[in-house]
Design a protein around this ligand. Structure first.
Ligand code: ADP
Ligand code: MG
Length: 365
């Protein structure tokens, strides 16, 4: 973020879409091609140096996330005079799940179960990408930390996208000391208890979102933090309307597991029979948000070591991770080497196949 560019030269500010815990979100229009985007304005003036550095890091992370279930990053601008950062991103015109749920609540209509499974499949695939697939490219895992209905966006074609990715992590660290803490309703017990956490935190929050799509209210509600913590620990939540299947209740319970170790990972949840079935159906019918990627190859050796280690996310660990990233070989070179190794493996396999065929021919002769 060394160069200073004026966002007003490139974008026209149209309206304010809303304000969140960390600043305003504007609807903007590109002066170049009239395309519409959303632009998040963040005031970093009151942030400590450490948090600012993390914010820059998170912006870089955001840039690297390329998945159809993640709101895409377009550009960023730094206004040093007013200590503001503007993040330009894809505009999702159909609003977010919070609005969608509210509408259903007002109309007293249930959300169709298939719709809920489709949202779950899409979010699991988006999270799988962040928790695992993007690792070889970025060299680190990405945990959202703030999954809630207001951060899941609906697009024109009917698919869903996770928004506010990555940003929340550094911003939340800062906000814990400040007054503008986001809603704790979707926070897992480990975060509520200020304990170390992992990507399983996202699984808990996803469980809350899926529960809310069915019940039209969050699973754990309270008027203060202490009673929220007690409710979350007890696991007592109102039962879902009887129209929903036992499988849906079952997968929600797997996600709303108090113990981080017992709570299933995104990869495990993708193996859930109904998720597999829904995924297949979405592919066959070409439904919006149908998964497009196929199982990936094993990531490069250097990365695998850190990936399997469930490092709790604390500022110290993050700084350590960053340090490791800097000393690590250039990622591009690493990937190229990995591709080279794959090519060599393919060649080797082809040669073996040829030899086998030759042998079979000789044998039959
Ligand atoms: P919060 O802190 O509650 O997550 P945000 O600052 O992320 O709030 O967002 C504020 C408002 O802007 C919300 O109504 C949200 O739906 C909307 N919004 C955020 N990002 C986008 C986007 N990419 N496209 C459309 N609307 C968005
Ligand atoms: Mg948000």
């Amino acid at each position: 973020m060394s160069e200073q560019r004026d966002i007003n030269k490139d974008y026209l500010f149209l309206t304010i879409i809303g304000s969140g815990s960390f600043g305003k979100v504007h609807k903007v229009q590109s002066r170049k091609d009239n395309q519409i985007f959303a632009c998040k304005e963040i005031d970093y003036g009151k942030m400590a140096e450490k948090e600012r550095k993390l914010l820059v890091h998170e912006c870089n992370t955001l840039k690297e996330l390329h998945h159809q279930q993640i709101v895409s990053y377009v550009d960023r601008y730094l206004d040093k005079i007013h200590s503001k950062i503007f993040i330009v991103m894809e505009y999702c015109e159909n609003g977010d799940l919070a609005r969608y749920i509210k509408r259903h609540k007002q109309e007293r209509s249930f959300i169709a179960e298939d719709k809920i499974w489709s949202v779950l499949v899409q979010l699991l695939n988006g999270l799988k990408y962040c928790h695992q697939d993007m690792y070889p490219q970025a060299g680190h895992r990405v945990i959202h930390r703030d999954i809630k209905p207001g951060n899941v966006f609906l697009t024109k074609d009917g698919s869903v996208k996770l928004g506010d990715f990555g940003l929340c992590r550094s911003l939340n660290d800062q906000s814990q000391a400040a007054t503008n803490v986001g809603t704790p309703l979707y926070m897992p017990p480990e975060i509520l208890a200020k304990q170390p956490y992992s990507e399983k935190a996202d699984v808990w929050s996803l469980g809350c979102v899926i529960y809310e799509l069915a019940a039209l209210q969050p699973p754990f509600q309270a008027t203060n933090m202490d009673s929220l913590k007690i409710k979350v620990r007890s696991g007592a939540k109102p039962s879902l309307p009887s129209t929903y299947s036992a499988q849906l209740r079952q997968i929600i319970d797997l996600m709303l597991e108090n113990s981080q170790t017992k709570r299933q990972s995104v990869l495990e949840l993708i193996q859930f029979p109904k998720v597999q079935k829904m995924q297949q159906l979405m592919i066959e019918k070409g439904m919006p948000g149908a998964p497009t990627e196929f199982p990936q190859q094993t990531p490069p050796q250097v990365s695998a070591q850190v990936l399997t280690k469930q490092t709790p996310l604390t500022i110290e660990n993050k700084v350590e991770e960053l340090k490791q990233m800097f000393v690590k070989k250039d990622r591009e070179t690493e990937l190229k080497e990995w591709e080279e190794r794959l090519r060599e493996k393919e060649e080797e396999l082809k040669m073996r196949e040829r030899a086998l065929r030759d042998r079979e021919e000789r044998f039959s002769r």
